[in-house]
Design a protein around this ligand. Structure first.
Ligand code: NAP
Length: 525
């Protein structure tokens, strides 16, 4: 499939007329053809009009129709073949194996949502039958189900060009909920976005769905994104990116005459706690595992372990030395974009220029145009507590070790942390009491607590929470990974005393859709 450098609006491919975007190969700095001229308000208007027109039909698709559509999207992405992997490699600098894995995850995610749609649990049907004889007041028949919110704007992430981009988790969960999607492509991988966008377009055609179920817009300089979030037809937003970008979109969404939810996943430094017995028993092994996690994807993972917290002493010194040695021998990897590379260098500069922070080790320098030179730094807990800047995410393979005087100081540091996606406990049996003391604090700070693993690597499943309090996300009540992500794009509606013929089928007597229902407070078999 050859790339045309066009936006996809409904069934059409449309040339933009505003400032053009060029993908850049971050390994070489060379510009990649074609040019993607950005969209304007006119394209936002057209995409939103089509999405609104499609919503009525799309939300009424049967469970089977919608599930089959999601599976068709997955098959169409697979059908692009190697061209998708090669383009993504050129645009992101990520290696083949990582991108092939990510394609598998993306298609697996679409198929997971297909199975979720079929099962119908997401409808969350509840029925409280009428109690006409109840004293002093009778109860009316009350029935509830979830319906989709309406057209959703999705901002593709730079760091997962497939799994969090055009047909990634936000798009898959919004489409599963019954919402048309308009994607604002990330400017770092426009060609990859076009290829995947065309696969979605084909799936819509093959499934006989209205064209406005999906559109793909390009544009940089915030104009398109702001116009999209401001459009009154957009009813929710999914975003993965910087704290500045996420909070700007939250403000725009709140300032609308009708404010809408923004599900933004932004910034997290993912503390790792090395509890005393684990540190004593296997410090060297922990150092090895930690640096492997730190270096994954050049540290450009939202779950990258950017903070290590432990009690100071010879065991921590040995860990720091071993981790420092591993960092020193870490090869530099290419970062995703020139902008992300520049932001990384600035972040590392902030750490190395901070008089209270000591440099433990830097990795190898690297020869690509935008290399990530790994870094490990350390500071005392009291200095960390005194300087909020030390909690700022350095997006890349750099981490900061916090040396605490004792477990009480570990707790004090933990309770001052900002919201996080994850917290990791490295613990042995004898650390159980220390871990128990931390758990209630961690539950208030993070979305996922892990023991004896590493935070990078997020399973796409039913129990996953990829979320957490601000600034990890804009709404700690949800997840952006896993099947529960669908609930971001749904809302409950209650139907009181409606005749059977007027009720949605899933709510009618006899359970014609055969979905799980809560009837008078009891789960129907
Ligand atoms: P970004 O700058 O936040 O951009 C993400 C998307 O949001 C782009 O499509 C961008 O469009 C749009 N956008 C940003 N600010 C906007 C605004 N004020 N109004 C409307 N749209 C806006 O993120 P990025 O380019 O992916 O990476 C930059 C930094 O984000 C990284 O250095 C890193 O610190 C952080 N990051 C964090 C994570 C994480 O998971 N924690 C993931 C990726 C990136 P335009 O092209 O129009 O600006």
């Amino acid at each position: 499939m050859s790339l045309e450098g066009k936006m996809l609006i409904g069934r059409e491919a449309v040339s933009g007329s505003s400032t053009p975007i060029h993908a850049v190969n971050p390994a070489t700095g060379e510009q990649l053809a074609p040019t993607y001229a950005g969209g304007t308000q006119a394209e936002v208007e057209r995409a939103c009009a089509l999405a609104e027109a499609a919503f009525g039909t799309y939300r009424e698709t049967t469970l089977e129709e919608r599930a089959a559509f999601l599976e068709t999207v997955a098959s169409e992405i697979e059908a692009i073949g190697d061209a998708l992997i090669e383009r993504a490699m050129a645009e992101t600098g990520l290696p083949r194996a990582r991108l092939e894995g990510e394609r598998g995850r993306t298609c697996g995610q679409l198929r997971l949502f297909a199975s979720v749609v079929r099962a119908g649990e997401w409808l969350d049907v509840r029925i409280d039958p009428a109690l006409p004889e109840r004293e002093p007041m009778p109860r009316a028949d009350l029935r509830q189900r979830h319906i989709p919110l309406g057209p959703v704007a999705v901002f593709g992430a730079s760091n997962f060009p497939l799994a969090f981009s055009v047909a990634g988790g936000d798009t898959a969960s919004a489409l599963a909920a019954g919402c048309p999607v308009i994607v604002k492509a990330h400017s770092a991988h426009p060609g990859t976005s076009e290829l995947v966008g065309r696969a979605v377009q084909k799936a819509i055609k093959r499934s006989g769905l209205p064209e406005g179920v999906f559109s793909l817009l390009f544009g940089s300089g915030n104009e398109i994104g702001q116009a999209l979030v401001s459009d009154p037809r957009i009813q929710a937003v999914g975003f993965t990116g910087s704290r500045g970008g996420g909070t700007a979109l939250m403000r725009t969404a709140q300032a609308r005459p009708q404010p809408i939810p923004v599900y933004a996943e932004m910034s997290s430094i993912n503390p790792v706690f090395l509890l005393p017995e684990a540190l004593r028993a296997r410090g060297a092994q922990l150092a090895e595992g930690f640096v492997a996690s730190l270096n994954m994807g050049a540290g450009q993972f939202c779950t990258n372990p950017g903070l290590v917290i432990a009690v100071k002493g010879p065991e921590l010194d040995a860990f720091v030395e071993a981790a420092g040695d591993a960092v020193k021998s870490s090869a530099a990897q290419t970062m995703l974009t020139p902008g992300i590379h520049a932001a990384y260098e600035q972040g590392v500069g902030r750490l190395s220029g901070n008089g209270k922070v000591r440099e433990v080790a830097r990795g190898q320098v690297g020869e690509s145009a935008h290399p990530c030179q790994a870094g490990l730094y350390a500071t005392a807990a009291e200095d960390f507590l005194a300087d909020p800047e030390l909690q700022e995410e350095v997006f890349g393979a750099t981490s900061l070790v916090i040396e605490c005087a004792g477990l009480e100081e570990v707790k004090r540091v933990t309770s001052r942390l900002e919201g996080q996606l994850t917290a990791t406990l490295q613990m042995d049996d004898a650390d159980l009491e220390a871990a128990k003391a931390l758990l209630p604090i961690l539950e208030r700070k993070v979305g996922r607590i892990l023991a004896n693993g590493w935070p990078t690597g997020v399973e796409v499943c039913h129990a996953m929470v990829h979320g957490g309090p601000f600034p990890a996300t804009s709404d700690s009540r949800t997840t952006s990974v896993g099947s529960a992500a669908i609930f971001r794009f749904l809302r409950p509606v209650c139907y009181q005393a409606l005749p059977q013929g007027l009720l949605p089928e899933a709510l009618r007597d006899g359970n014609p859709w055969g979905v799980s229902r809560l009837v008078d407070g009891k789960r129907e078999a």
